[in-house]
Write a protein of this length. Sequence first.
Length: 95
Amino acid sequence: MKTLKFECEDHYEAEKLASLMSVQKDNTVWVSGVEAVVGNEIVIQLKDRSSHAVLLKDEKTVVRLKSFMTDLMKGKIKIHSSECLGSLTEITILD
């Protein structure tokens, strides 16, 4: 397993990102893609078609998260767990 860390603007944003990336009972995630990126903000679309904006520390972190989510949607990686620690979201992926 490998843990990826994404620094958010504050605790609320980190908690929101961890929640959006959480693994469901059937071992899937609700995320269906990235809808938009504006500066340090990423808009994530869920399978129910709702969209949720998350403010990250900087644009570099947004690029890393977008790349991670692209790999996730392509099935290249699978999330094991996600948690929030202060303004940091830690996502553990299966190798």
